[in-house]
Design a protein around this ligand. Structure first.
Ligand code: SF4
Length: 386
């Protein structure tokens, strides 16, 4: 093939940039981050093939996308928490909170998990959670969810550059930055913002763009049965599901997690049994251990009863203290005894090593104290029951 012909089919970096500028407004609205390739092309009246390279380049390099500035960023021994602005409510600035968490393998820290938010605040009112104190202030759009992943990637790549480390893999690999998991465990209940969260998952996993495998994305829910049923209808068997259990029986769960009053454990268990998960899939059952509240061996027996019919892994999380909270973290021995009791019932159980507690970025600690005292947004819909 002649050189001129080759130049016509092989897109150079400059050509791609020109293409992006041709097809996007000069200051592109970052709402395009909420679009898959098919939607991006349809919005411009073209076949997806026409934009295939443009879209891939845009999503994988962030060129031509107006990313928001980071409003706050903290680093605690490799755990990085960063916040992005997402408008305001009642005159106060709102922001998302995301955490990049280094994960340990037997070789040492080797990969990262990205914990992202689906809402600002939350209306589930779990009594052990910092975010619950804010009330629900905003449902994030799909673009506002996806931009957390892109900013995290740019942060990681900037760190590579600062350390003079060459990229080990081509930039189009989804794990070029070492982030191999995305978990919806930041602020908010993902299934309470169902449409935007599922659209964000479509964009994150679009093979023509960010190409993040669905099997590496985890949606963590308090047990919104209506949301789980809607998720089941989408038939995404590889999507990972985590359930915040946190109590062994309805009486205690009603107190700790008010959602349980309308969606009790028996109904939740039946929904999980019927959910169309892939044959190799496992639920992650999250259990926050609170001293003297839900950490007895009798509680462990009841948790084992709940888990027995499910294919699951139990993840024990010693309670992370909040600002001025009345709950306490259990002793290490109590956590071990709880874990051993579950294991004696052949329930695969892990203990989560807490990271980012000093930054208030550990599990259940996200939330901005400056906006948490505002009233919840009255325009948001009423909580359903099943
Ligand atoms: S634990 Fe999750 S669902 Fe419950 S209030 Fe906190 S953010 Fe919301």
């Amino acid at each position: 093939m002649a050189h001129a012909d080759l130049a016509a089919v092989v897109p150079t970096r400059r050509r791609l940039k020109r293409e992006i500028m041709l097809h996007l407004p000069e200051q592109p609205d970052h709402a395009i981050l909420g679009q898959t390739l098919a939607e991006f092309a349809a919005a411009r009246g073209k076949h997806p093939q026409f934009f295939k390279k443009t879209y891939a380049h845009m999503m994988r390099t962030a060129e031509g996308i107006a990313l928001p500035p980071i409003t706050r960023q903290h680093d605690d021994g490799g755990t990085v928490k960063f916040c992005l602005p997402v408008g305001d409510y009642n005159g106060k600035s709102l922001e998302t909170e995301s955490v990049i968490i280094p994960m340990l393998s037997y070789k040492g820290p080797s990969w990262f998990s990205l914990c992202i938010s689906s809402q600002v605040g939350c209306r589930m009112a779990c009594s052990f959670c910092e975010t619950a104190r804010m009330g629900l202030l905003k449902n994030l759009s799909a673009a506002e969810i996806v931009q957390q992943r892109i900013v995290a990637r740019e942060l990681r790549l900037a760190q590579f550059a600062a350390e003079n480390k060459p990229l080990e893999r081509p930039r189009y690999c989804y794990f070029v930055d070492g982030i191999q998991n995305i978990v919806f465990m930041g602020m908010g209940e993902p299934l309470d913002n169902f449409d935007n969260v599922t659209q964000a998952i479509r964009v994150l996993s679009d093979p023509s763009g960010l190409a993040f495998p669905m099997s590496q994305i985890c949606v963590s829910t308090v047990g919104r049965i209506d949301g789980l049923n809607k998720l089941a209808a989408l038939n995404w068997p590889n999507l990972r599901i985590a359930i915040s259990l946190n109590a062994p029986n309805d009486k205690l769960r009603d107190e700790l997690m008010p959602i349980n009053k309308g969606m009790p454990l028996k109904d939740l268990q039946r929904t999980l049994i019927e959910y169309p998960m892939s044959p190799r899939g496992r639920y992650m059952i999250e259990y926050v251990l609170i001293k003297g509240v839900n950490d007895s061996l009798a509680d462990a027996e009841a948790v084992a009863d709940f888990c027995r019919p499910l294919r699951c892994i139990v993840n024990l999380i010693p309670y992370n203290p909040q600002r001025g909270a009345s709950f306490e973290t259990p002793a290490h021995e109590t956590v071990l005894a709880f874990m051993e009791r579950l294991k004696s019932h052949k329930i695969f159980t892990k203990r989560r090593i807490t990271k980012g507690r000093d930054l208030m970025s550990a599990c259940g600690q996200l939330g901005n104290p400056e906006v948490r005292r505002q009233k919840p947004n009255p325009r948001l819909p009423v909580l359903p029951t099943v």
